[in-house]
Design a protein around this ligand. Structure first.
Ligand SMILES: C=C1C[C@]23C[C@@]1(O)CC[C@H]2[C@@]12CC[C@H](O)[C@@](C)(C(=O)O1)[C@H]2[C@@H]3C(=O)O
Ligand code: AKG
Ligand code: FE2
Length: 343
């Protein structure tokens, strides 16, 4: 186990950002409303497409994921993160899966966060983390995660099928089949953001303490649920950061880079980040639905109209994933795969 050295506190603060008073309605105190999609309503499809085009982000209610499954996972995760650091570290480092602390990825990014990065399909394998805290009964944790991921993946597939339907694509499972594939490279992550007393002192100087730095998610779709501590922010196209009020009974969904490519840029992968809280801890769990490694990612033929040109070079998910994991968190990962426009 490699000891985790403490990075200087400066690494966790955001650079001064654009003033946040340039939103749509010119009112410095109001933000555009984040779309709310009621999955129990059949007419939500249109709103879903609109949300993916305008924000790449929306909130989902009446999602069908049992509260019991959410609560069980929350309680297991709380047990994990409240155990001694030395024990948690026995489930790390996170390469590729396991417990991580502050260091995000391998390229020098830091956040005020602890996390568990897991394969979305937790196998009954003694070497799969986290074996340390749940030593007495690792099957318990595995079942709880698998139960939760199964329900959330079902919801993600439903959303992807509604999107395909509304866009008039021939096969409504054109996106969802990638998540359903046995070989789907999907990831599950639990993030724990401890309270940070230094937040207030820095806020008075106009700086924000960063829990998880700004980035887009590389996969197709991400589905997030958190406790009632806020912190998540999304970036609008004009660079304005919009805080997302927490809601522990709903899910938040964002479009990933791969879905942006498959829709030839119609849907936008949203830039987001998490800012730390001075007094409350935040616990979030995110399912990242990804394709099989060998899957070719390119704009869907059936979507291209007239002379529409593809904005991206074709790549496999393996190639994109490799390139993404070699990048810094805030890099524009897709720019390497954009076609040079000649007109
Ligand atoms: C700094 C990094 C962390 C990350 C891999 C990367 O090099 C760039 C993308 C990051 C991200 C963001 C979404 C997910 O949380 C994640 C698991 C992913 O697939 O891409 C993380 C990666 C990570 O934490 O290892
Ligand atoms: O923890 C959160 O609320 C969001 C984290 C995130 O964006 C990520 O893990 O990719
Ligand atoms: Fe993310």
């Amino acid at each position: 186990m490699v000891a985790i050295s403490k990075p200087p506190i400066e690494l966790f603060f955001s650079k001064p950002s654009k003033p946040t008073n340039n939103n749509n309605n010119n009112n410095p105190l109001s933000f555009p409303t984040i779309p709310i999609i009621d999955l129990s309503k059949s007419d939500s499809k249109h709103l879903l497409v609109k949300a993916c085009q305008e924000f790449g982000f929306f909130k989902v209610i009446n999602h069908g994921v049992p509260m019991q499954s959410i609560k069980k996972l929350e309680s297991q995760a709380t047990k994990f993160f409240s155990s001694p650091l030395s024990l948690k570290q026995k489930s790390g480092p996170p390469n590729p899966f396991g417990y991580g602390n502050r260091r995000l990825g391998t390229n020098g990014d830091f956040g005020w966060v602890e996390y568990l990065l897991l394969n979305a399909k937790l196998e009954s394998d003694h070497n799969s983390p986290p074996f340390s805290v749940f030593e007495e009964n690792p099957e318990d944790f595995r079942c709880v995660v698998n139960d939760y991921v199964t329900s959330v993946k079902k919801m993600a597939c439903e959303i992807l099928e509604m999107l395909a339907d509304e866009m008039g694509l021939e096969a409504r499972n054109v996106f969802s089949k990638l998540l359903m594939d046995e070989e789907s490279d999907s990831v599950f992550r639990v993030n724990y953001y401890p309270p940070c007393p230094e937040v207030q002192e820095h806020e008075s100087k106009g700086k924000k303490l960063i829990g998880f730095g700004e980035h887009t998610d590389p996969q197709i779709i991400s589905v997030l649920r958190s406790n009632n501590t806020s912190g998540l922010e999304i970036s609008l196209r004009d660079g304005t950061w919009v805080p997302v009020p927490s809601d522990s009974s709903s899910f938040f969904v964002n479009v990933g880079d791969s879905l942006q490519v498959m829709t030839n840029g119609r849907f936008k992968s949203v830039k987001h980040r998490v800012v730390a809280n001075s007094s409350k801890s935040r616990l979030s769990m995110i399912y990242f639905g990804g394709p099989p490694l060998s899957e070719k990612i390119a704009p869907l033929d059936s979507l291209m109209v007239g002379e529409e040109a593809s904005l991206y070079k074709e790549f496999t998910w393996f190639e994109y994933r490799k390139s993404a994991f070699n990048s810094r968190l805030s890099d524009n990962r897709l720019s390497l795969f954009e076609k040079i426009r000649t007109t």
